[in-house]
Ligand binder design. Structure first.
Ligand code: GUN
Ligand code: ZN
Length: 434
């Protein structure tokens, strides 16, 4: 293969540590006139243009951006592909919302053509919003995951997904059985897990929709293959928490249900966690599990406010999730806009650098992929974005008043959305151009 080397010159910013652990100043690197060099499908250098340019051949292909910021691709640690068609459904909280809107919408994935059409729309929407890696819920139908992985593979995206397992408390047209859920998941794992940049996640929807038999088999699957992910929901809504108590009276609490069935671990991601207690945070941290913080969803479904300071106290890994269609935007910038307000309502703060961390390196750590994605460190995958300071007239005007990168970053997260994403690169290839 011929050596392919390319360089990108612009302002460049990435997160290199959690501000909660090292302080804000040590948590990021910023190059006002930076250069990112890609060699044969890997980032090979990152630094000040003035330092790196003399080390490169004179004829190297350099793309130079003005009024733009290069960052790592964004990481969405919780999203539902089959809910693309029902974002912004009116009037209900979690359990009624599932029955009224979600289950009917997901049932359409029994049709292969529908699954293929939505997979295509969904992936385009991720890339338009600068999301280069996502942890994705399919529907109960294996076809939802096959269509998604087929489309992701064509673009060489790093993606994680799984078919929903649910064998009770849902309409008959949308349930599997403990045995069929296990076998179908196994077939998907054999086909996709570890293929290129794709990974599989065992996906019991949440404790109320799986029998103890199904949860047992989900735990068994995790033991059968290395590095499998597990994704589910936890403690999102108070009615849901009460229902889990009724269904599993012998368990100490919601998290203990998952713990009992061996679903906690380093590649386990629990969505929401709004009503987790201190002990549960400690147990999640102890097992290396992660939580997906989904602010737009938690506001939209009236679920509550995620306690990020409590998670930080326990050194719990936290990523950011859009939770489309409970969440109302594919944009992780807009998700951070709402995350800031979640903290404000609790008398806490969310610094722009913590926000950047949550959407990039924090997400990568939650997924145990920090050696591959989430930063622009040499040796990692070239998944990165070009953000446009002039994306809208207001953004352009507002950013002219910003005095430093902290202010610029905060404004990008407050006013930014899909329009801000000028280009998205995955595996070094241009996969979205505004
Ligand atoms: N809990 C169980 N299923 C779902 C879902 O599809 N969305 C959200 N937000 N919570 C859930
Ligand atoms: Zn969800």
């Amino acid at each position: 293969m011929p050596l392919t080397r390319k360089a990108y010159r612009a302002a460049i910013l990435h997160s290199i540590a959690d501000p909660a652990e090292v302080g804000i100043e040590a948590s990021y690197e910023y190059f006002e006139d930076g250069l990112l060099v890609i060699d044969n499908g890997q980032i090979s250098a990152l630094g000040h243009a003035s330092d790196l340019l003399p080390t490169l051949p004179a004829d190297i292909d350099i793309t130079h951006y003005q009024d733009a910021l290069i960052t790592p691709g964004l990481i969405d640690t919780h999203i539902h592909l089959p809910q693309t068609g029902m974002v912004g459904a009116y009037g209900e909280q979690l359990l009624d919302w599932l029955n009224t809107y979600t289950f009917p919408c997901e049932s359409q994935f029994a049709d292969k053509a529908h699954a293929e059409e939505v997979a295509d729309i969904f992936i385009k929407e991720l890339l338009r919003n600068g999301t280069t890696t996502a942890l994705v819920f399919g529907s109960v139908h294996p076809q939802s995951v096959n269509s998604f992985f087929e489309a992701a593979e064509k673009l060489d995206l790093r993606m994680i997904a799984g078919k929903v397992m649910m064998d009770r408390n849902a309409p008959d047209y949308l349930t599997d059985t403990a045995e069929s859920g296990y076998q179908e998941s196994k077939a998907l794992i054999e086909r996709w897990h570890g293929k290129g940049r794709l990974h599989y996640a065992v996906t019991p929807r949440f404790a109320p929709t799986s029998t103890p038999e199904q949860l047992t088999l989900a735990g068994q699957l995790l033991g059968e293959y290395p590095d499998l992910y597990m994704q589910t929901h936890i403690s999102e809504n108070l009615q849901e928490v009460a229902w889990v108590k009724e269904l599993f009276p012998e368990r100490k609490g919601y998290l203990d249900v998952y713990d009992h069935y061996k679903l906690l671990g380093e590649r386990s991601v629990f969505a929401h966690g709004v009503h987790l207690c201190d002990n549960e945070c400690a147990r999640l941290a102890e097992t290396g599990s992660a939580v997906a913080f989904c602010p737009t969803s938690n506001f939209f479904l009236g679920s509550g406010l995620f306690n990020l300071p409590m998670a930080e106290k326990h050194k719990l890994n936290v990523g950011l999730g859009t939770d489309v269609g409970g969440g109302t935007s594919f944009s992780l910038l807009q998700t951070l806009n709402e995350a800031y307000k979640v903290m404000q309502l609790q008398g806490a703060r969310l610094s722009p650098f913590k926000s950047l961390y949550l959407a990039t390196l924090g997400g990568a750590r939650a997924l145990r992929l920090e050696d591959k994605i989430g930063t622009l460190q040499p040796g990692t995958d070239p998944d990165f974005l070009v953000l446009d300071y002039n994306a809208t007239p207001l953004l352009s005007y507002r950013l002219k008043q910003a005095n430093n990168i902290a202010e610029t970053l905060f404004v990008l997260m407050t006013l930014g959305d899909d329009r801000t994403i000028l280009q998205t690169y995955a595996a070094g290839n241009l996969v979205h151009q505004r």
